[in-house]
Ligand binder design. Structure first.
Ligand code: 6GU
Length: 239
């Protein structure tokens, strides 16, 4: 899977790309990540890529021209053009279902916004998918791009050492329930004990306990996932 990232702050990615799972995946050539500095495509002598918004208001808007020129050039690299994704808090919210859909596409071009966003003609011309990673505001799309890349590469075969380790995860493949709590040694710490059932060797009892923990957690923390209304009845809506 190939990623091209367009950013005004490309150095943000260097630490991330050099670490752990992702660097191993890059080394094994399962994943490649190419970071591009948008400023390279400016024709302005001061290397400016932003300007004040028409109509007034706070902040600056990234200009359409360098973005379109940059994307068109990057799309020429590699065997096929990438799926263009614009990271913006006004986009469709990323969830595991969308991640699972995107993993079938071998190349993605991620546009990271800053300031008040891009001139809207970027959207008119490039027709990107617009994606947000949640209902809160970040300073730019860079952290969102990293979150997206990480969620995608976990599903690329061979990237996770243990192929099974994402099967049980909260949210995987239609799994709409949170994961149960895990424990390891020591059995007791500061008076807190590992639940007895996990030491019992009774696999059925352990399975039952974990399932119950998952349901309880999901009820407590993410009632929305259970498709039930607050009084415990199954919700009317089918969506
Ligand atoms: Cl993709 N960008 C920004 N700036 N803020 C966000 C976001 C993206 N997703 C959630 N908040």
């Amino acid at each position: 899977m190939r990623f091209d990232i367009v950013s005004l702050f490309p150095e943000i990615f260097s630490g991330y790309l050099g670490e752990s799972l992702l660097s191993k995946a890059i080394e094994q050539q399962l994943v490649s990540v190419n970071v591009h500095d948008l400023r390279k495509w400016t024709t302005d002598k001061h290397q400016r890529v932003d300007d004040r918004p028409f109509g007034g208001g706070p902040g600056m808007v990234i200009q359409v021209e360098p973005v379109v020129r940059c994307v068109e050039e990057i799309q020429q690299l590699g065997q096929q053009p990438g799926n263009i994704i614009l990271l913006t808090p006004t986009g469709k919210r990323l969830d595991q279902k969308l991640v699972e859909e995107l993993v079938d596409t071998p190349r993605h071009l991620l546009l990271c916004g800053r300031y008040e966003g891009f001139d809207h003609r970027v959207v008119d011309i490039l027709k990107p998918m617009e994606i947000s990673i949640g209902d809160y505001i970040l300073n730019g799309g860079e952290v969102a791009a990293m979150a997206m890349i990480e969620s995608l590469i976990r599903l690329v075969p061979g990237v996770l050492g243990d192929e099974m380790s994402n099967v049980d995860d909260s949210f995987s493949s239609g799994n709409r329930i949170l994961e149960y709590p895990q424990y390891t040694r020591p059995r007791e710490y500061r008076g807190f004990q590992v639940p007895e059932v996990l030491l019992s060797g009774d696999h059925q009892a352990i399975d039952d306990w974990r399932k119950a923990q998952s349901i309880e957690r999901t009820r407590d923390r993410r009632h929305d996932l259970l498709g039930e209304s607050d009084d415990g009845d199954v919700d009317q809506k089918t969506s």
